[in-house]
Write a protein that binds this ligand. Structure first.
Ligand SMILES: Nc1nc2c(c(=O)[nH]1)N[C@H]1C(S)=C(S)[C@@H](COP(=O)(O)O)O[C@H]1N2
Ligand SMILES: [Mo]
Length: 378
């Protein structure tokens, strides 16, 4: 192949990948944070129901979408198990299914608000979504495989692969993978899903099968799931250490990187948008959503004076763990033109709230400090 042919071949390959990735017509509101691999932010301000429509759901992919043929697809279950499995899609779909609403937030959601600016995708409010996921509990698969009592973690491996460049490039292509503690793996909110909001999973969201780890940040919900490895020691791959880990412990002054797990409590304002013009002297209904990882939302409060006075918002519907809750707040907008600052915060059912300031030990992940929405009254 000469140089020109090589360039042409690369361009064609890129086009082919793109054609695969764009399997679902996307809503016009999605913001492209990266074109390839596909990283699209949902228009959080367009949210009108507790479920995020599939074509509005954010997409976070580290590598090009892998081609998975549903006919030859096999899910391998191996490692510390007495009965290794090789399951077809039909085998999995023949098992008793569950459907549950689970919220997924990317650990980098809100990164654009970090000061000083940091590397990584500059998500605003829209790297979060809520869907009704249908699939089989991971616990049922682990039972079938007879996971050993010595098991400590379950590694979930995606079919996608690539090289992460940068200061410390990975040793060749690596798969996207992530482990979860065996105790979590056996919980009912951990499922292997093949449907999202009643529709077959789309290619971008992990067709034909993905994990959904209810209550945890998105990185654990491995898409295009190809292998499950039960292990007897903690896994420390690239995705557990370089990426998606925070300095959680400072034992005797030593900082230890710990893989991120549960989502921290967070409330976000759906409307008004940052910079929106709000009519003076009228009531405005502030709308938002709030979630608290493995806990249910306890309360949401709003401050109109920069954080001095907090007033409770009205929660809509039932508070459930693993699932966000919508809220509203009636704001009597002053009859005077000028800027206004709206701040919201969530406290979970156990009383855990949001920090006012950013903790740098969290690197560029798990961003839940208070972020004001500045609007203009006119
Ligand atoms: N195989 C695979 N699974 C993956 C990823 C990935 O790049 N590859 N990204 C993870 C991250 S960081 C997030 S936030 C969620 C996003 O899921 P979504 O694209 O369906 O919104 O998928 C997770 N699962
Ligand atoms: Mo993520």
């Amino acid at each position: 192949m000469n140089r020109r042919d090589a360039i042409k071949a690369t361009a064609l390959a890129a086009l082919a990948t793109r054609a695969v990735a764009q399997d679902v017509p996307r809503a016009p509101g999605l913001t492209v944070r990266m074109a390839e691999p596909q990283n699209l932010e949902s228009a959080f301000g367009d949210l009108t129901s507790v479920v995020t429509p599939n074509e509005q759901f954010f997409i976070r992919s580290h590598f090009a979408v892998p081609k998975v043929d549903p006919k030859s697809y096999r899910l391998m279950v191996e490692g510390a198990v007495e009965n290794p499995l090789e399951l077809t899609l039909e085998d999995i779909q023949a098992m008793p299914s569950v459907t549950m609403p689970l919220t997924l937030e990317c650990a980098g959601n809100g990164r654009v608000f970090l000061v000083p600016a940091s590397r990584g995708l500059q998500w605003q409010f829209g790297a979060v979504g809520n869907a009704e996921w249908t699939g089989v509990p991971l616990a049922a698969i682990l039972d079938k495989a007879k996971a050993k009592a010595s098991a400590v973690e379950v590694i979930l491996v995606g079919a996608d692969k690539g090289i992460i460049a940068g200061d410390h490039p990975t040793p060749g292509p690596i798969a996207f993978d992530r482990s979860i503690a065996i105790e979590k793996a056996k919980k009912p909110e951990v499922i292997l899903a093949y449907k999202q909001n009643g529709e077959a999973l789309s290619i971008s969201h992990g067709f034909p099968l993905r994990a959904v780890i209810g209550g945890w940040y998105g990185m654990a919900s491995v898409k295009w799931l190809s292998r499950i490895i039960v292990t007897e020691k903690p896994y420390d791959s690239f995705w557990q250490t370089f990426d998606y880990a925070t300095y959680e412990r400072r034992d005797g002054g030593l900082a230890t990187l710990v893989p991120i797990t549960a989502m921290l409590p967070k409330a976000q304002i759906v409307r008004p948008l940052i910079g929106e013009v709000v009519p003076a002297g009228k009531a405005y209904t502030i709308r938002g959503s709030a979630w608290a990882g493995e806990a249910a939302v306890g309360k949401v409060e709003v401050s109109l004076d920069g954080g001095k006075i907090w007033i409770e918002a009205k929660l809509v519907g039932e508070a459930k763990p693993f699932c966000w809750q919508m809220w509203t707040f009636t704001w009597d907008v002053p009859n005077a033109a000028g800027p206004a600052k709206l701040i919201c915060r969530c406290t979970d059912a156990a009383g855990k709230g949001q920090p006012e300031k950013r903790d740098p030990d969290r690197r560029t992940y798990a961003i839940n400090h208070l972020v004001p929405v500045e609007v203009t009254i006119r």
